[in-house]
Design a protein around this ligand. Sequence first.
Ligand SMILES: C[S@@+](CC[C@H](N)C(=O)[O-])C[C@H]1O[C@@H](n2cnc3c(N)ncnc32)[C@H](O)[C@@H]1O
Length: 344
Amino acid sequence: MISATEDEPLHVLDLPQVYESPSGTDLIKALALLTLQPRNFGASAEAVKGPAVHPTGVNRYLTQIISSPLSWLQTDELREAVWDAAAARLSERSGRTAMPAMSRVFDVPTGSVEDYTLTLHEPSLTADNLGMKTWVSSYLLSRRLHNLLDSAPKLVPSAPTDISITSNKLRALELGSGTGLVGLAFAALRGKSATIHLTDLPEIVPNLAHNAALNIELMNRTEATVTTGVLDWSEVPEPQPTAEERFDVILAADPLYSPKHPGWLAQTIGAWLSRGLDARVLTEMPLRDAYLPQVQELRDRMAQLGLGVIEEGEEVGYDDWQGADGDALAVKCWWAVWGWSEKV
Ligand SMILES: C[S@@+](CC[C@H](N)C(=O)[O-])C[C@H]1O[C@@H](n2cnc3c(N)ncnc32)[C@H](O)[C@@H]1O
């Protein structure tokens, strides 16, 4: 029988070897031990249990199984099951982009006893579809949302004469929603006091809409109003949104990864953010070295619009994918609450 103790992972040579003609069941059990799990974004490296099998030699082990005819196994179905499992384990080790589709569960703190739980579908990734995966800064922002709502001004009309507010409901917009974690968390937390429109590029929106539908029970229970649609930051809205069409709150997580993004994002925020006293932008993004100039450019461009940071902070999250060596990647992220400078 193969088993790993808490402290001591197995070595790949402890697993059934192809030259021993092991049973299909033993091979499938061994391959299950090699599964790499997406880590919880919040878990520190120390808190994550290491792999059941030491990584040395695992890729070679998997390749041997995939290239073996498995001729001693009795049925084609069994052979297929073993090859499929070995191929899945190999693709897990090729990074998140090679992973098959998956559903993941996220807990959103509410500030009271019960957390909310969101289930998000993440399709198989392709290199240019970053919105198909949930990123660490959206996880961190979703966990901070209930506090941010408490500490910011009420985010409701400050005066009946404020022409940008047409109803009692707060109007929120999320830019680059991806799988929708931040927007859906906001929707559930604000319940019937807000509406939120989750947006992204055309190829991302179908999965975003799917995720909104996937969480319909929570949305109904909290009386949330969520819509989804395309909003491409590179396009200047024509005609410009009217005061009634603008939003009281704009949210964006991890929106900067191309030199064009700071300009596009600022332009989009400038077009869609209400001019009301309590209008706010909530952002969180990783401080990756390569993108620091873009973070600075966003600050500059927001300042040109008249938007300044009211509250900000840095926090560390952990990348969601456990590497073959079991190490967690710490990611420093920056969160900020923005408002119109002259009104701050
Ligand atoms: C790194 S992902 C972050 C997704 C999600 N906010 C999260 O943190 O999990 C960046 C998102 O921005 C979207 N995006 C990139 N360029 C965009 C554009 N020009 N207009 C609208 N969305 C865009 C991508 O499709 C993707 O969903």
